[in-house]
Design a protein around this ligand. Structure first.
Ligand SMILES: NC(=O)c1ccc[n+]([C@@H]2O[C@H](COP(=O)([O-])OP(=O)(O)OC[C@H]3O[C@@H](n4cnc5c(N)ncnc54)[C@H](OP(=O)(O)O)[C@@H]3O)[C@@H](O)[C@H]2O)c1
Length: 348
């Protein structure tokens, strides 16, 4: 089956991820009359750009999924919790961008380049990972082909669109206010984000880590099928509009040369080696924004750990970190002829 034959709903079509999902569908020449743009009641009736035309946004309700083959839900946890089971009941495959279902045993959590085969056992809902987890597992999957990974330490540099369209607008407004020496208004984060760096992404847990850091650990374990993977992260919000970056330190069972690592990364699907330090060529959020690959560079042997390796990556959080990964999951489902679940979902 061809995806162009399917009626596809984008729930959250007015949001940061939803808009990119629409652009990606339009790039694939998906017919406008087979796209249903959904959002909250606030947006119902709005016209939204799709390819060279405009489509009307409708309110997402249980009934709006009648005759929808596939729904990409990029809204809020509450929306996913309420509407995904309703869509599944109506025979719609749900590919959900939020965290609601990611760790459910009955829900595959998929990055096609890493664990595409997991779509086989979906029961109506497939989740995409957090936008920091996706590029990380793609890199770790490539590297573990050289030697088993024993530990991973990550620091993230996350853009504001990772929080959504309102945080992007806030960064712009705060930046203007600072330059104009006006008062800064703070709504999206606990502190000003313009001209600042926040070592907090999401709420703190009792162990001193944040929920975002916990998600990176649990989701990486599930996708890589390595339930004992040791991974510690520090997630940091930076005043960048699009693309998350990560400084990654990997420890292996055996020593791994930078050359071996570069070769493995070079042959990994969806990974682009950008690594010419002598010419100041390395991944940067500005260059990664609008592109599809996980860009990796600064690959070097770790001088503090005998079997360690360090690298740096940047990846567009709205594309491979969200909308593109979701679309690629649909490609994987169609390739494997798994549009309909083999088993009817118990309502989650
Ligand atoms: N941003 C990223 O990089 C990223 C990456 C991976 C996953 N995700 C996940 O993707 C989801 C969306 O993120 P985002 O960044 O696009 O957020 P966003 O820019 O804040 O957009 C939220 C969208 O949800 C819609 N929405 C809100 N309440 C709704 C309701 N009751 N019914 C239907 N739609 C409703 C909004 O519609 P209105 O305009 O009508 O309010 C808007 O279209 C989140 O679950 C997030 O965790 C985001």
């Amino acid at each position: 089956m061809n995806s162009s034959d399917l009626t596809i709903a984008i729930v959250g079509a007015t949001g940061a991820v939803g808009r990119i999902a629409l652009d990606l569908l339009a790039d694939r020449n998906h017919p406008a009359d087979k796209v249903v743009a959904m959002a909250s009641a606030r947006s119902a009736g709005k016209q939204i750009r799709y390819a060279d035309t405009e489509i009307t946004v409708i309110e997402a309700t249980p009934e709006s999924f009648e005759n929808v083959d596939v729904a990409f839900i990029s809204a809020t946890s509450e929306v996913s919790k309420q509407l995904a089971p309703e869509a599944v009941k109506r025979g719609t495959l749900v590919i959900d961008d939020g965290s609601t279902f990611r760790m459910e045993d009955s829900v595959p959590l998929v990055v096609p380049e890493v664990n595409g085969a997991d779509v086989e056992w979906h029961e109506g809902i497939i989740s995409i990972p957090n936008c920091t987890t996706t590029p990380l597992v793609m890199v770790l999957d490539a590297l573990r082909s050289i030697s088993p990974i024993t530990a991973v330490t990550v620091s993230t540099y996350q853009s504001v669109t990772g929080t959504g369209a309102a945080a992007d607008a806030e960064l712009m407004a705060q930046s203007r206010a600072v330059l104009d020496t006006k008062d800064v208004e703070i709504a999206e984060y606990p502190h000003q984000i313009a001209f600042n760096v926040l070592p907090q992404v999401d709420d703190f847990l009792a162990n001193g880590y944040t929920k975002e850091e916990e998600k990176m650990l649990n989701e990486s374990r599930k996708i890589l099928h390595e339930p004992a993977l040791r991974l510690s992260s520090t997630c940091v919000r930076v005043p960048v509009q699009v693309s998350h970056s990560e400084s990654v330190a990997v420890e292996f069972q055996d020593s791994v040369s930078a050359e071996e690592a570069r070769n493995a990364l070079n042959s990994a699907d969806g990974v682009l080696l950008v690594d010419e330090p002598s010419n100041s060529v390395y991944p940067m959020p500005l260059k990664a924004a609008g592109t599809d690959e996980v860009q990796v560079g600064r690959v070097r042997e770790d001088i503090a750990h005998d079997t360690g390796l360090n690298l740096w990556l940047s990846c567009d959080n709205l594309r491979k970190g969200a909308a593109l990964n979701a679309l690629q999951i649909l490609d994987e489902v169609l390739k494997r002829d798994r549009l309909k679940p083999s088993k009817v979902a118990a309502v989650i």
